[in-house]
Design a protein around this ligand. Sequence first.
Ligand SMILES: Nc1ncnc2c1ncn2[C@@H]1O[C@H](COP(=O)(O)OP(=O)(O)OP(=O)(O)O)[C@@H](O)[C@H]1O
Length: 312
Amino acid sequence: MSTAPHISAHKLVKRYGDSNAVDGIDLSVAPGEAFGFLGPNGAGKSTTMRMIGCVSRPTGGQLSVLGMDTATQGPAIRARLGVVPQEDTLDTEITLFDNLVIYARYFGIKYKVAKQRATELLEFVRLADRAKMKVEELSGGMKRRLTIARALVNEPDIIMLDEPTTGLDPQARHLVWERLFRLKQRGITIILTTHYMDEAEQLCDRLVIMDGGRIAAQGSPRELIDTHVTREVVELRFEGQHTDELSDLADKLDGIDAQVEALPDRILLYAADGDAAVAEVHGRAIQPSSVLARRATLEDVFLRLTGRSLVE
Ligand SMILES: Nc1ncnc2c1ncn2[C@@H]1O[C@H](COP(=O)(O)OP(=O)(O)OP(=O)(O)O)[C@@H](O)[C@H]1O
């Protein structure tokens, strides 16, 4: 397999009116990689995806997909992409099977081949037993899986998913993740946007954290955590304390051997040695009502980088 990047962006910009939705980003996605865009609403994730999908033209910079320039080779690129949009765009009044066959026909795939692929793909997304049902009878999770099947009808080199599990219940999310793991094993390049840090941690080999159109950090989930926070985080809660009292308390912890972050409902300590940090807290005559040590997540990375929570 070629090692040339499947996606390469250099100083990529998308401007709307007076502001840059995407503000000069650089990134590179290798073949077979699962690559994520993590960030809060309005960070520029979907805008970046639309440019990669050749449905929105960059205002500035370079963007190549599968070695082709998105500015001049959009149709050839789109033929080799599978797209799972944020909103389901399935035809709800026809069967699951017909949805796939009709979509395959848009790509000029012969009817016989289209039917065979539809059968295989319904099997792959675990919907074979519902092939003859109308889409309107499906749950949200099943529709998502069908949309993933639809994105695969043209046997794409890259599958792009915009918030693949937003709005799904935990069980439905796990079923989607499990199918995406299987795709990953098959070697397809996956790019996805999400504002769920657990989704990014589960699925992505590498990711960028976006904020305000820029890349705040990039790396594997583990690298991001190791670089920007400590592996362990201690959460201190104080019953009955208000936000401003918590920030006063956080000020009193100045100088302890930990990075201290005051949130509206708790104080976080990022420390190499959590127990020692808690001892220092007690040493300053501060008594939290609860102390919880937990593993650091990408949410913590985002918080450290931006001072804000991913989920507003
Ligand atoms: N067609 C458009 N016209 C004008 N502004 C736009 C357009 N599309 C996006 N924007 C703006 O660009 C910024 C980035 O939006 P984008 O949808 O890329 O963010 P996102 O990270 O995908 O967020 P979300 O999680 O809400 O999808 C936002 O401020 C948004 O309002």
